[in-house]
Design a protein around this ligand. Sequence first.
Ligand code: IPM
Ligand code: MG
Length: 388
Amino acid sequence: MSKYKIVVLPGDGIGPEIVDEALKVLKTLEGASNKLDFEFLQFECGGQYYLKTGRKEEWPPEVFDICKNEADAILLGAIGWTDPKTGKTVSYPSGKMVGLEILFGLRFGLDLYANIRPTKLYENVPHKISGEFRQIWDPKNVDFVTIRENTEGLYADTHGGLNRGGQIEVATDVRLITRKGAERVIKFAFDYCTRRNKGSPKDGKLRVTCVDKSNVTAGCKLFRSIYQEIAPKYPNIQEDYAFIDAFTQWIVRTPEWFDVCVVANMFGDIATDLAAVLQGSLGMAASGNVGDKHGMFEPIHGSAPKYTGKNVINPLATIFAASMMLDWLSMKNNDEPTLKSGADMIEKAIQLVLNEGKIRTYDLGGNSSTSQVGDAVSAKVKELARNM
Ligand code: IPM
Ligand code: MG
């Protein structure tokens, strides 16, 4: 029996609702297996926690060390609270959003340099375009993974400004690209492509696309030149290039071309929200923030304040994130088969629920609640485990 300690950070807004469903599924899996043992350490945190406690802290101060020294993995819901009535985001006097210290504290502090963002369309998932639900992309054509650099670029702590007499006149965000940062994330993308071993839906070829703006920016020129140093070391993987602006239209027009894409921090942030449209909804898009030692898993969407407490948000992105967490834990523990089969089982259970088409949240054209989706996926996990 292997025991895994998971730090759970539900965070703000709908975070606790979706995390509850992911935990429900993980506990079902644990209950159905005689080899899995999870210990969940859950902590309140985020903008609402800051308001509630009045302690001027966004998470209990010991949590970072627990994440660093004790956790096998971290599962996070959503961070940041904007009051839906006033539109005001809980912020420090400096203007910095309360909660970023958690997200960036973990991404930077645990050196989670690769943000893995799969764009996969499951069967029987419609796309909502201009208010209509219809099938636009073929599920077999949408299955690529974006590896977003996660510790530098426009998110490096290089923000500054010029303030003469109480008013900010000039604000700067230096876009920092380093050799170390680029090298490790590009190598990660090639290794990820090798392990995934799927290739692009179009031709089955293993391919890593370098997505940048190297026709203009110095940082991207460095990023691309490092990609060109690394690519020849992976002769089985096809080299491929795209400028970020053109990339955004290619992923819509011909998603089937892409297998694994590697991209700098903020380009990846923006492109993967667009890519979520191909998956049917932001509510389907999960991510894993990983480094050499630690991993933190979360949906890519935010805390959706206006839906908070309504039990209507799609929990599948977070349930997928939990599945990614097990897959990563499996790899980290030398491809531990129980974890890998648990990850696969969750994915399969979700597809079975989608196939039946009865239980789905509003973003996918249904009217089921958040907890009904979690219940349905858990029931399928139980069924799959029984028939194993
Ligand atoms: C994401 C989010 C975050 C990011 C925000 C909340 C800081 O948009 O994970 O994609 O920009 O990385
Ligand atoms: Mg984002």
